[in-house]
Design a protein around this ligand. Structure first.
Ligand code: SF4
Ligand code: SF4
Length: 317
């Protein structure tokens, strides 16, 4: 079968059978700048292609976080956690990745490597103090799925460090896998940037921990994807962790763990000490109660935010 037909069949499987909204394929060469151990051929030696797919977050799940943030409705936190971030997006993505792997192995006799792709897949890392979501190379995730979404032309880099899509902004969960099949590749979207941090600084302004410095601060990180450099904010991961895990009372959800960290710029040691005091819970899959922040994701205006959330009254902005 020629690669165009094969790619179309795989696309149909993911869009029609697995309910994905976005689909693309990148060649392994697009990931040459990834750190050693995180490149496709480090994980699957004969890999030629990275198949990438995305499913938008439910508007209902996103609006639950607006209730939590804007109306202080603490019970809405569990809705967002279940349907927007943790349980359903991760589980359904893992299952879809499993079914695609099965499909590629049985239909095309392909060598295929499914990849972990969400913030919670693998539990807390053993060799670092930081939680799993804290960074693609820190928490045990084997591959940078954000870079994969950009390499496959499904998203552009957002200043907020999310892959931003024209359809849904950063409110998309992406998954990916490696295969030795040679497929039809999509080009990165190097057209006009969806995110212009010279004009928009909503994510920086909304961030309660100053974890996303504004563009004029000069604090930036360069991502090299498919041979091209992209500027994004220098994400202060430790600071973000304080809000995202509710490590201070001001960020507490239903469960208040007290002030486990002080200041706006905690060190690795501060976070490690806080994790030791962090109480276990029976209400989460990984036994750590969370207070997901994600203001930088839910308020990003890209992807019809105004029409979807503001004009409908779902968010007060
Ligand atoms: S999740 Fe919250 S604390 Fe972290 S960068 Fe986004 S807005 Fe800031
Ligand atoms: S909120 Fe604004 S600056 Fe931040 S990622 Fe979205 S468009 Fe870019």
């Amino acid at each position: 079968m020629d690669k165009k037909t094969m790619t179309a069949q795989i696309r149909a499987f993911m869009i029609e059978k697995q309910g994905m909204d976005l689909f693309g394929v990148a060649p392994v060469s697009a990931f040459a700048a990834e750190p050693e151990g995180y490149r496709p051929n480090d994980i699957l030696p004969p890999a030629k292609s990275v198949i990438v797919y995305g499913r938008r977050l439910l508007n209902g799940a996103v609006q639950a976080q607006f209730r939590r943030l804007e109306d202080k409705t603490k019970s809405a936190q569990s809705i967002y956690s279940t349907y927007g971030l943790e349980l359903i997006p991760n589980w359904t993505m893992v299952l879809s990745t499993f079914y695609l792997t099965q499909y590629l192995e049985t239909t095309f006799d392909a060598a295929t490597q499914p990849l972990g792709c969400g913030p919670e897949q693998g539990g807390l890392p053993k060799k670092t103090a930081l939680p799993m979501f804290a960074g693609p190379y820190k928490g045990g995730l084997p591959f940078n799925v954000t870079h994969a979404a950009i390499a496959a032309g499904l998203a552009q880099p957002g200043w907020n460090n999310f892959p931003v899509t024209k359809e849904f902004g950063p409110r998309v969960q992406f998954g990916c896998l490696l295969t030795d099949l040679e497929l039809e590749y999509s080009e990165p979207d190097n057209g006009p940037r969806l995110c212009d941090p010279d004009k928009c600084h909503i994510c920086s302004d909304k961030c309660p921990m100053n974890a996303l410095p504004a563009k004029d601060s000069g604090k930036k990180t360069i991502w090299t994807i498919a041979g091209k450099d992209y500027e994004v904010a220098e994400h202060k991961v430790n600071a973000c962790t304080v809000a995202a895990l509710g490590m201070r009372s001001e960020f507490a959800g239903i469960v208040d763990r007290g002030d486990l960290v002080e200041g706006m710029d905690p060190t690795d040691e501060d976070i490690a000490a806080a994790m030791k005091k962090y109480p276990l819970s029976n209400s989460n899959l990984d036994h750590y109660p969370k207070n997901f922040c994600n203001r930088c994701q839910v308020y990003c205006p890209i992807g019809n935010w105004k029409e979807t959330f503001k004009d409908t009254g779902l968010s007060k902005g």
